[in-house]
Design a protein around this ligand. Structure first.
Ligand SMILES: Nc1ncnc2c1ncn2[C@@H]1O[C@H](COP(=O)(O)OP(=O)(O)O)[C@@H](O)[C@H]1O
Ligand SMILES: [Mg+2]
Length: 264
């Protein structure tokens, strides 16, 4: 049974009075929920398909193996992938008294994703007017993120990794919601094209007040040729945390997890 995320409906009701008040209350709840989360790290890229979600999930699993309390918020509301990557069945999170309890992976990673609520492949139900659907979609997604951060009871976490969708909008929304802009871990593939797209995203993240904690170069050693990871690390004066080949070993993920924790 899918959970009912209230605000989708609230926003599309003709009478939206009380919305500002509701948003204020949600912000306070977000701050309370995250008061027990030591660190929020957004996983970003300027490009889709470079492995953000893959890296987020494997890094979270490695952190859990290290004994850290790790969570994953899948902020890709329309293309959620975290449940599959963390081996979580649909509907494995629970709702009671308006509080969402995250699902827990076999390694102990706590996760919330729209993919835990919706049947496979079914998009979020947007109920705004069809002609304005583009505008509504953006507004409703920002609302959904605020709602999720207010309602998901992560409990004490050492790290909450936020798997961002492509584009910079969600990071800006997140920065606005949190008490402070999140730290950012950047993923690129080796190519110059990726470097250029990712560079723009890094500038935007830094301009938004986020600390850039490091770069991960992914999909190294195959058909993607270049040294985007090293170049961006030098340019921004931040560590190149890993160069990951296809199908990295458990050992490589563990090494990465240590370096990420060490970068705190
Ligand atoms: N290092 C890797 N080794 C093997 N498969 C990978 C690796 N990185 C990413 N993938 C795969 O590539 C695809 C795209 O990765 P994904 O994490 O979904 O990208 P993004 O979240 O950046 O859009 C997925 O099928 C993912 O499992
Ligand atoms: Mg993704």
């Amino acid at each position: 049974m899918p959970l009912n995320i209230r605000t989708y409906h609230d926003l599309t009701e003709p009478d939206r009075s009380g919305l500002a008040e509701q948003i204020g209350a949600q912000r306070r709840r977000v701050a309370e929920r995250l008061a027990v989360v030591a660190r929020v790290v957004a996983v970003m890229s300027g490009k889709g398909g470079v492995g953000k979600s893959f890296v987020t999930a494997q890094l979270a699993r490695a952190l859990a193996r290290m004994g850290r309390a790790a969570g994953v918020l899948d902020a890709d509301l329309n293309g959620p992938t975290a449940p599959r990557l963390l081996r979580l069945p649909v509907a494995s999170c629970t709702l009671h008294d308006g509080v969402v309890e995250p699902a827990v992976s076999p390694e102990g990673v706590r996760c919330f994703s729209m993919g835990l609520l919706l049947e496979d492949g079914r998009p979020l139900a947007f109920r705004g007017p069809a002609a304005e659907s583009f505008v509504w979609r953006g507004a409703l997604e920002a609302t959904a993120l605020r709602e999720l951060l207010a309602d998901v009871a992560w409990g004490p976490l050492d790290v909450l990794l936020v798997d961002l969708p492509p584009g910079m909008q969600r990071l800006a929304e997140l920065a606005e919601l949190l008490p402070a802009p999140p730290a950012v871990l950047t993923v690129t593939i080796p190519t110059p094209e990726s470097r250029d797209a990712v560079r723009r995203a890094m500038h935007a993240a830094r301009a938004g007040g986020s600390e850039l904690v490091g770069i991960l170069e992914n999909m190294v050693g195959g058909e993607f040729v270049g040294s985007a990871g090293e170049e961006l690390a030098t340019e921004f004066g931040i560590p190149l945390l890993a160069r990951l080949r296809f199908h990295p070993s458990v050992h490589e993920w563990d090494g990465l997890a240590h370096r990420v924790v060490g970068s705190a």
